[in-house]
Design a protein around this ligand. Sequence first.
Ligand SMILES: Cc1cc2nc3c(=O)[nH]c(=O)nc-3n(C[C@H](O)[C@H](O)[C@H](O)COP(=O)(O)OP(=O)(O)OC[C@H]3O[C@@H](n4cnc5c(N)ncnc54)[C@H](O)[C@@H]3O)c2cc1C
Length: 195
Amino acid sequence: MPVPGACGKPRVVPHSRAMTNHAVVIAGAGPTGLMLVAELALARVDVAVVERRVKQDIDGSRAGGLHARTIEVLDQRGVAERFLSQGQVMQVAGFSFIPLDISDFPIRHNYGLALGQRHIERILAEWVSELPVTIHRGREVTGFSQDETGVDVELDGGGSFTLLRALTTKGIAFSPSPSRPMPIPAYPFQADTWS
Ligand SMILES: Cc1cc2nc3c(=O)[nH]c(=O)nc-3n(C[C@H](O)[C@H](O)[C@H](O)COP(=O)(O)OP(=O)(O)OC[C@H]3O[C@@H](n4cnc5c(N)ncnc54)[C@H](O)[C@@H]3O)c2cc1C
């Protein structure tokens, strides 16, 4: 819980009361963060996500669909139908503005899908909500600090200050595409801890 200081300014809450350990902390629940958290949760990695948006809604239009390979990956996870049922299957591949018809490709999904990003994110978020994932919405990652045992991920929200901890033995904390760039922890990523 946020604990404001007596003067009303944010203050650091003692680790023993405020810090929650996770193997991985992800900053940002856009398409990249949502897909990554789902992959990690399915791999039984203890993962938390911090998203500064209160809701998954996005303003305006962004990406307009999915390519064949993305649909295949979603199919491998058993969720492709959730997307296919809400979009329009069509040939979307192209090169240098030349449309490419891949309907004769020997693959399960030889087409693309027209589906707005707001729907893609909504469906991804619904899927993630079914997985063992901690999501902190309406919170922003403001910085990192690290020692030999892990990375403290600093959150700023509602005048409070909280720490999550990503454990260096298992995980990594990062921000996919923050509009306000911040330093990324420089500890060595240990690929041999992934399975
Ligand atoms: C106006 C616009 C139009 C676009 N049109 C197209 C298009 O036509 N076709 C196409 O393929 N792509 C388009 N894109 C690109 C597409 O939207 C991106 O490629 C896609 O959103 C990238 O997903 P992402 O998860 O990597 O990053 P993002 O979608 O940017 O998600 C990052 C998330 O991190 C959160 N975040 C950032 N910093 C912090 C922080 N410090 N703490 C907590 N949360 C944080 C943000 O709130 C956001 O939810 C468009 C993008 C924009 C902006």
